[in-house]
Design a protein around this ligand. Structure first.
Ligand SMILES: [Zn+2]
Ligand SMILES: [Zn+2]
Length: 360
């Protein structure tokens, strides 16, 4: 017995000695703004998730996130015996978030059939008043608390089987000032229609994991995958700073290799990530050396150009790497040259990349 006890004790010691490592995500700050890594949509056992609330904080810390919101379904709580009142998961995670310097934002998911579907209300003061029979009353309650409300996964096939539609209810919600943003991506899915609505209606673009499982079951970090997230361009690293940035639509969504956002932010993010470190021009050729100091990947595709100038058809700039673009032209060519391309994964319009060029 004593022997077994010592083995167990030794095993416990070994486990507790295992260090947790935070993997910082290298994405540049923009002029005047910190680039905060945020996930505003996830679940725990307090709705239909499979993990305890503090685990979400541990996951976020290890993955280099700055802020999360635990957004349990108001209307769907399979473990109701356990769950108590709405907002309980926030209370449980609060201490751990503080200790790990993760900004924790109080939120809930208003979970209705289509229309209007699912919406997250974040920056709530109290989740309980959102539990209402009529969805209008849930939105009213959230709005009264000054919440930031966004439409979740508008292209979710279970609610929009064939096409991603904007319903009359969404017009009503929008006109009432009950919608400030939309998830242009959720999990691993990107919704071009939502992207278009955000641009047309001046709504904030959001991308969230909506994770229910332990995060490692949805994203394979060993293969270099990353959790979908929203880069929030905040004046300061605080809950208030995030709110101010969301209200002013300073976000970029990172889902797989895609970066979705307004062109001014994507352009600056690109220029601050990928720097031209050397241009070597000789007779009939030029080499442009690029250095990518970020964890982001960029895919280039050649666009309209001077036919005398030869360069790549497609070109990929990998994270944390240095690479060379080789350009060829007639030896007689003396003037200024330009290579035009589209960064196909910087989506400035629905399914359309950002045009860019380098001069030499
Ligand atoms: Zn949902
Ligand atoms: Zn959800």
């Amino acid at each position: 017995m004593k022997h077994i006890f010592s083995i167990l004790f030794a095993a416990g010691m070994a486990l507790s000695a295992q260090a947790q490592v935070r993997h910082e995500i290298h994405v540049p700050d923009l002029d005047g703004y910190k680039t905060l890594k945020c996930d505003f949509h996830m679940h725990t056992v307090y709705s239909d998730g499979a993990v305890w609330p503090t685990v979400r904080v541990d996951e976020a810390w290890r993955e280099g996130l700055d802020a999360i919101a635990l957004t349990e379904h108001i209307e769907y709580r399979p473990h109701k015996d356990l769950t108590g009142h709405h907002g309980r998961s926030y209370e449980i995670a609060e201490g751990s978030a503080k200790a790990n310097d993760i900004l924790l934002i109080r939120g809930s998911e208003i979970t209705r059939s289509m229309a209007p579907g699912h919406f997250n209300a974040i920056f709530l003061k109290d989740c309980n008043p959102l539990d209402q029979k009529d969805w209008h009353d849930s939105f009213k309650q959230a709005k009264q608390q000054g919440a930031f409300i966004f439409w979740n996964h508008p292209g979710w096939a279970r609610q929009q089987p064939d096409t991603t539609l904007w319903w009359n209810e969404h017009t009503e919600i929008y006109d009432n000032g009950w919608m400030q943003g939309i998830e242009v991506a959720n999990g691993t899915s990107y919704f071009p229609e939502a992207h278009r609505w955000c641009l047309e209606k001046s709504l904030t673009m959001i991308g969230n994991s909506d994770v229910h499982n332990p995060i490692g079951m949805d994203f394979d970090f060993y293969k270099g995958e990353h959790r979908i997230m929203t880069f929030v361009l905040a004046k300061e690293r605080s809950v208030e700073g995030i709110r101010e940035a969301l209200d002013n639509r300073r976000t970029i969504v990172w889902v797989k290799d895609l970066l979705v956002g307004e062109e001014q932010w994507l352009k600056e993010l690109f220029e601050k990530s990928v720097k031209v470190v050397n241009v070597k021009r000789g007779k009939g050729y030029c080499n442009i050396t690029l250095q990518n100091e970020s964890d982001l990947t960029f895919h280039f595709q050649k666009t309209e150009h001077d036919k005398a100038i030869e360069y790549f058809r497609t070109f990929t700039v990998k994270p944390q790497s240095r690479c060379n673009i080789a350009i060829y032209f007639p030896e007689t060519f003396n003037g200024e040259g330009k290579i035009n391309f589209r960064v196909t994964n910087l989506l400035v319009q629905p399914n359309r990349g950002m045009d860019y060029s380098y001069s030499f």
